[in-house]
Design a protein around this ligand. Structure first.
Ligand code: PEP
Ligand code: MN
Length: 358
């Protein structure tokens, strides 16, 4: 797998804080709506102002975004707020329009990431441009497709590159609009620990009530930032009304987040403590096994004195079945318990053979 060439988040010109917060409306609707939302977001913990201008909608005929006329509105709002602005791009024209308008950060939406032709078109339009780009996960739970999109953008020379987790569509009903499947962004971070990772609890949940807990979970998993949709009147929003929050609520959510173990010393001590627990238990396991072997030797002596064979198959079958059942009730898998007792049994036989041949 090719390595991504990623610049650290510190090169994005953003404050050095965690989480970085991207907020703003799902869609820009009017100049007043963008300006008012941005004004009310001031002081609510926001670092980047977002708004969708071209909206990828499932069915034609619903609101598809106001288009490029919103770029100056967003630019003005960003200037008044003193924060960089971010816009979703899905075609080469979108990229050119955004660059011309002075958009600071671009993001690739989930539906676009799922289509390598579209991602390549965006990558080609970005050739030779230096701008931070955030790639949302594809709508389907395919890590390779996500990585492929990051690679395409990276090959165009974009090194200020981030990934954004917004959940995955699924056929089964769940309380989420898009299932989080946290293991996928975690695996991305394992492969590319250097990639700035954001989470979007608004699009994961589809429901404003679930945003705070999802945002906390992302922080606990060490994500760098959050994208949360905020609208001056969420219920009146032209898109994604149910998942948007007011700017004031955004502030409460951000303030309510608990940043755990920021202090690496505290984290290291905690880990040390848990590892000491494991060491203690392993020592105990070995002592108990040695004690078990002592008993096995005594049985060996008994068998020798009474001219019995070492192996008594019936007894052994019963042990394996009985222990597998005991293990299951303690949350251990049947295979593990069987393998463990197979090994213990072999060692018992070694001890008994030694005694028998004395
Ligand atoms: C959005 O952020 O408004 C958006 C369309 O998100 P996604 O691409 O995650 O569906
Ligand atoms: Mn949205």
């Amino acid at each position: 797998m090719e390595r991504l060439k990623i610049d650290p988040l510190s090169t994005w010109g953003l404050p050095n804080k965690r989480p970085l917060v991207i907020s703003g409306p799902c869609s820009a609707e009017s100049e007043e709506q963008v300006l008012e939302t941005a004004k009310r977001l001031d002081g609510q913990g926001i670092d980047i102002l977002r708004a969708g201008i071209w909206k990828p909608r499932t069915r034609p005929g619903s609101f598809e975004g106001v288009g490029r006329i919103a770029l100056p509105w967003l630019k003005k709002a960003g200037e008044q707020l003193g924060k960089p602005i971010a816009v979703e791009v899905a075609t080469r024209e979108h990229v050119f329009d955004c660059l011309k308008a002075g958009v600071d950060i671009l993001w690739v939406g989930a539906r676009t990431t799922a289509n390598p032709f579209s991602v390549q078109e965006i990558a080609d339009a970005l050739e030779g441009v230096d701008i931070p780009v955030i790639v949302k996960n594809p709508v389907n739970p395919d890590l390779q497709l996500w990585i492929g999109a990051l690679e395409r953008i990276n090959r165009a020379g974009i090194t200020r590159l981030g990934a954004l987790h917004r959940g995955f569509s699924s056929y089964d009903k769940s309380k989420y609009r898009n299932k989080p499947m946290w293991e996928i962004p975690i695996e991305l971070k394992r492969i590319y620990p250097e990639i700035p990772l954001f989470s979007d609890p608004s699009h994961i949940s589809g429901n404003r009530e679930l945003i705070a807990s999802l945002a906390q979970k992302a922080l606990d998993l060490n994500f760098d930032g959050l994208m949360i949709e905020a609208h001056r009147m969420p219920d009146e929003a032209w898109s994604d009304a149910g998942q948007q929050v007011t700017p004031e609520r955004l502030g409460e959510i951000v303030k309510g987040l608990v940043i755990r173990d920021q202090n690496p010393e505290v984290a290291a001590n905690k880990l040390e403590e848990m590892r000491a627990g494991i060491d203690r238990i392993d020592n105990y396991v070995l002592e108990i096994l040695a004690e078990r072997m002592d008993i096995a030797e005594k049985i060996g002596e008994f068998k020798r004195d009474n001219k019995m064979t070492i192996l008594q198959t019936g007894r052994w079958d019963q042990i394996v079945q009985d222990r597998a059942k005991m293990g299951l009730s303690k949350g251990l898998t049947e295979e593990f318990v069987k393998e463990l007792f197979e090994a213990i049994h072999q060692e018992s036989i070694r001890h008994q053979t030694k005694v028998m041949n004395k």
